[in-house]
Design a protein around this ligand. Structure first.
Ligand SMILES: [Zn+2]
Length: 192
């Protein structure tokens, strides 16, 4: 069952506005269906919202709108759930397929300005995949619960020596190399 459907037959000359709730339960279902790609991600307690204005031009339908919602991802520093707020613009050109005069995807050259072009069959446009992609693309590679997240607190008793935790910076590595070169040089001088 599709969650977000637009009936093309409902569209008249003036276009039509649609507002759908992005149900938390639907998002949870989508994330679990993703398997590994959705691992660690979860749906928030509250619903999001898809708002779309659909306008028919010939056999095509132009969709403009917004995907608003939240995806919960584990913070990359402290692993606590970090809600990622999504507020994404949607602009789609939906092309009817299978009407004889329309080529199948890949059979025609799409000009580069046609950023997002999708195809639909029959009289129903299903936006489930589009909504899911808009939500997931906003999740960063390294989600943070807050910019200033200090990370997992390691108790003093199990903490190693300070220099063990310290990341060697590029600068110190270079200083180290210089020092080594200088030592080498002075050794050579002494040998002469
Ligand atoms: Zn955190």
């Amino acid at each position: 069952m599709a969650e977000f459907e637009i009936q093309v037959t409902e569209l008249d000359a003036g276009g039509k506005d649609y507002v759908f709730p992005i149900r938390s339960a639907w998002l949870a279902e989508q994330l679990s269906a993703l398997g590994a790609a959705g691992e660690g991600l979860s749906a928030p307690a509250s619903d999001g919202q898809l708002s779309v204005f659909a306008d028919k031009t010939g056999p095509d339908v132009i969709l403009r709108g917004r995907v608003q919602g939240v995806v919960v991802a584990p913070c990359s520093r402290c692993l606590k759930p970090a809600p990622i707020t999504v507020d994404s613009e949607l602009a789609l050109l939906m092309t009817a397929r299978g009407r004889g005069h329309r080529p199948e995807p890949g059979e025609e050259d799409l000009s580069p300005e046609e950023v997002e072009r999708e195809f639909f069959t029959g009289d129903t446009i299903v936006l489930d995949d589009v909504v899911r992609e808009h939500l997931l693309v906003e999740v960063p590679m390294q989600p943070l619960c807050s910019e200033s997240c200090p990370g997992i607190h390691v108790p003093e008793s199990v903490r190693g020596p300070e220099d063990l935790a310290a990341q060697p910076s590029e600068k110190s590595a270079m200083a180290e190399a210089f020092a080594r070169a200088a030592r080498q040089q002075s050794k050579t001088k002494r040998a002469n």
